[in-house]
Design a protein around this ligand. Structure first.
Ligand code: NAG
Ligand code: NAG
Length: 571
């Protein structure tokens, strides 16, 4: 792949091979502070390079969005690779940005609520912290020329279309005049409530709170030609005060009727008794995209809804105590050649004030499907333990889609038997949990004074192989760039290549989007948005050895400098 005179040099520069050039002791001193934190045997790695916001600016590898207007809550980011635009949704504003340079001629839509609506909102006693405004909570592609967007509308969610034209050169970005859709079931009322949504084949699937009080949470399907369907209302077996993190379509087979929607969330545990059991659990759930609800029961409710526990834990120390990370924060789905088997990266933090920690766990779709194909969880009465259900399981097996590979005889979920439908209603939870790949986290951070909030992953092809580079946003406004290398068959070694302060005003990272094509990361917080290059090789130093020791898979010594090794440039 990399030809030319520097070929051998590059091979040495990229990654593991470098180890032989540095004596092991020196190597340890360079890369690890040897403090042993909460989990013995798990040294806390220190970043190779730490850059303050100002130092980062000096590298000319970032651009903070500097257009000033009165907004906040830069939460919603949507990348449009075709038009080369990044769409931003914040408080009362929608902005179309140039992905190459987010400060170049942004197109701005002001989308406030009327002063009458604002007044009505205040009359209900809401808005003590400025919530009586339109917080944009959803921007999804609708068709070649239009986007669909929703906002909280001062506790009365609203949606509409945005015309963005056929091509970026048209500089078109405006709301479709006179059109307002109800946002109920698409967008939460309360801007503090997290939601997740995806627009698929003209249908909007959203995990939201659907009432003014914020007590009725559901996974909703609205818009489009399929019937509106939701999760069972006020049934804590289905959803128990959930916080939705991510929704994504993942095909299960080549048969389109088998297509499923997977959603990742955390929720209150039903068994939280104040004792040893956790109060919050991470979940993966799914429904069939072609679920149209039941005929006699579960009318307009999902009849294929199932969920499972996502485990992320580590056994630490000599006492072998298992530390669990339950608070699912963010999910990044890395696509692969096989669209049925993307890799699921998830960021967790620990609950409770006792110790502050985070972890990254990786899950395979094969493991997730195995759990959904396994036993259902069953509980007789409230005082009993969960057990695997051993009775007769109705046909088609609950969770199977109509018209799919194993159910060609069923045209719709309305044709499912009452037993099958009632079984799902009472048994939405799988018995086995989903464990991460290798049964342990990829990254663990304990004994530090920050938590991870977000994750994005890039695949980098270097001469000595493919690297998965993790970008981890923190609650202190930084992004860490991390690689994990195999050390011997059973252990791995984590390297924090850099930690950079991405905001002028430090604030927890809220949303991150990555574009490998443009080699950029877009990072937002309550107060701002910043575009950060995936690499700044020059900071590692001016000498070949500095470049080598950095072991950053993006960088290679080109004979004069430590520079980005663009895999395309050597063709
Ligand atoms: C900015 O918007 C907030 C919320 O709508 C409002 O309270 C504040 O007065 C505005 N500030 C300026 C300078 O207009
Ligand atoms: C896209 O959808 C909008 C809103 O429904 C419609 O007005 C427009 O004609 C559509 N454009 C195309 C290219 O289909």
């Amino acid at each position: 792949m990399h030809g030319g005179p520097n070929r051998n040099m590059e091979t040495v520069n990229r990654g593991i091979v470098t180890m032989v050039t540095a004596p092991p002791i020196l190597f340890l001193l360079l890369f690890f502070s040897l403090h042993v934190s909460g989990l013995p045997g798990n040294p806390r790695p220190a970043p190779r390079v730490h850059l303050s916001f100002k130092e980062l600016l000096d590298t000319r590898t970032i651009r903070p969005f500097s257009f000033s207007f009165n907004t906040s809550d830069y939460r919603i980011l949507l990348m449009d690779q075709d038009q080369g635009r990044l769409y931003l949704g914040s408080r009362e504003y929608l902005v179309a940005l140039d992905m190459q340079n987010i400060n170049k001629e942004p197109l701005i839509i002001h989308w406030p609520v009327s002063s009458q609506r604002k007044a009505e909102c205040r009359l209900t006693g809401k808005g003590g912290q400025g919530e009586c405004a339109n917080f944009v909570r959803l921007i999804e592609p609708w068709n070649r020329t239009h986007l669909y967007t929703c906002g909280t509308g001062a506790y009365k969610p609203i949606c509409t279309f945005i015309n963005r034209g056929w091509r970026a050169e048209e500089y078109l970005f405006r709301l479709v005049p006179g059109f307002v859709d109800s946002g109920k079931g698409k967008c939460s009322y309360d801007p503090h409530q997290e939601a997740a949504a995806a627009l698929i084949n003209g249908n909007l699937y959203a995990g939201v709170h659907v009432d003014f009080m914020g007590t009725d949470s559901a996974i909703f399907r609205t818009l489009g030609d399929r019937p509106a369907v939701r999760t069972e209302q006020y049934d804590s077996r289905w959803l128990n005060e959930p916080v939705f993190v991510k929704i994504q379509r993942i095909p299960d087979s080549t048969e389109r009727n088998d297509d499923k929607l997977y959603f990742f969330f955390r929720e209150k545990s039903l068994d939280a008794t104040g004792g040893a059991s956790p109060t919050v659990l991470a979940r993966v759930g799914r429904v069939c995209l072609n679920d149209d609800g039941g005929q006699r029961s579960l009318v307009n409710k999902w009849t294929t809804f199932l969920k499972a526990h996502l485990v992320c834990s580590v056994i630490g120390g000599d006492d072998g105590v298992e530390t669990y990370f339950h608070e699912l924060r963010d999910v990044f789905i890395q696509s692969t050649q096989d669209e049925r088997n993307p890799v699921v990266y998830a960021v967790f933090s620990s609950t409770g004030s006792v110790f502050k920690g985070s972890a990254v766990c990786v899950y395979s779709m094969a493991d997730i499907r195995n759990v959904f194909n396994g036993p259902f969880s069953h509980k007789q009465g409230h005082s009993y333990q969960w057990t695997p259900y051993t009775g007769k399981i109705p046909y088609p097996r609950p969770g199977t889609c109509p018209g799919g590979t194993f159910t060609p005889g069923f045209r719709s979920t309305k044709a499912f038997s009452d037993q099958a439908v009632n079984f799902v209603r009472a048994h939405p939870l799988m018995y086995h949990p989903v464990y991460p790949v290798h049964r342990r986290p990829l990254v663990v951070r304990t004994g530090v004074d920050y938590r991870f909030t977000t994750i994005a992953v890039d695949q980098v092809d270097a001469v000595d192989g493919r690297y998965e580079v993790l970008f981890l946003g923190t609650d202190r406004g930084t992004v860490q760039k991390v690689i994990v290398l195999p050390k011997d068959p059973s252990t791995t070694e984590e390297l924090i290549l850099e930690e950079v302060e991405v905001f002028r005003i430090p604030a927890p990272v809220k949303t991150m989007k990555i574009s490998s094509k443009r080699q950029q990361l877009y990072v937002s917080s309550e107060r701002g948005l910043t575009q950060v290059s995936l690499h700044r090789c020059a900071v590692y130093g001016k000498a070949c050895s500095d470049c080598c020791l950095a072991r950053d898979p993006y960088c290679a010594w080109d004979g004069e400098n430590c520079a980005w090794a663009n895999p395309l440039s050597s063709y």
